[in-house]
Design a binder for this molecule. Sequence first.
Ligand code: B12
Length: 209
Amino acid sequence: MSKIAEVKAKVEAGKSKLVPGLVQEALDAGAAPSEILQAMVDSMGVVGDKFSSGEIFVPEMLIAAKAMSKGVEVLKPLMAGDGSTSLGTCVIGTVAGDLHDIGKNLVSMMIESAGFDMVDLGVDVPADNFVKAVNDNDQVVLVACSGLLTTTMPALKEAVQTIKTACPDVKVIVGGAPVTPEYASEVGADGYAPDAGSAAVKAKELVTV
Ligand code: B12
């Protein structure tokens, strides 16, 4: 089994203690950080499918997510930018009622590497807290809202509308598996991206045009 295949298998199995070492071994064997990251993202897809089919339950999903987060910690320094330029501050969070943060954390990492200073509000963030963070921090030019559950799509809509009403000059970007470009524009977001890499490109585009 290749090192990357081992990383993928151990993330799926939720082996938090083994994953960081295997990620390092994959790097030492010459794998690119982006390739290892994609393998771990794929693992989450497998875990989600197993949950849907009733093969595993919430605790297994949670330990797989923890294992992935441990692996991402090893990759983070290799993917972060040099911090030499700043495009302004980006406030990021997962909307109210939603506890998923892996995708949000990856998006945060990539937007940071594109040259933004990040303020991460975590998960389950009420709409008003995004506005408070815009007002409490210097030079906030962008807010990024993540939502992973179809049931929290109304909270995403509320967050976007609350932010755009209170802070009309700040751009808002949204994303998460159930979010589509159509939904993003319907709720009044300025931008949408399907993954972390394109989120960084879109973030830069939104504040530089
Ligand atoms: C891990 C996981 C959990 C963990 C989360 C731990 C954590 N720290 O995040 C735990 C166990 C807590 C969990 C709980 C639940 N989960 Co869950 N979970 C998952 C799982 C397996 C992986 C999610 C993940 O991390 N994916 C990997 C990341 C990298 O992908 P991503 O999040 O999509 O992010 C990418 C893009 O969407 C995008 N993106 C994300 N955010 C943003 C933001 C912006 C601004 C932009 C531009 C882009 C962007 O970029 C990211 C990186 O490329 C998914 C299955 C799946 N296939 O996604 C189910 C899944 C999301 N969960 C699901 C469900 C049902 C639940 C529960 C309701 C289960 C329950 N009965 O309790 C609870 C809800 C808890 C809550 N209130 O939030 C369903 C959602 C169904 C739906 N359509 O609503 C899924 C799809 C599983 C399934 N197939 O049924 N879950």
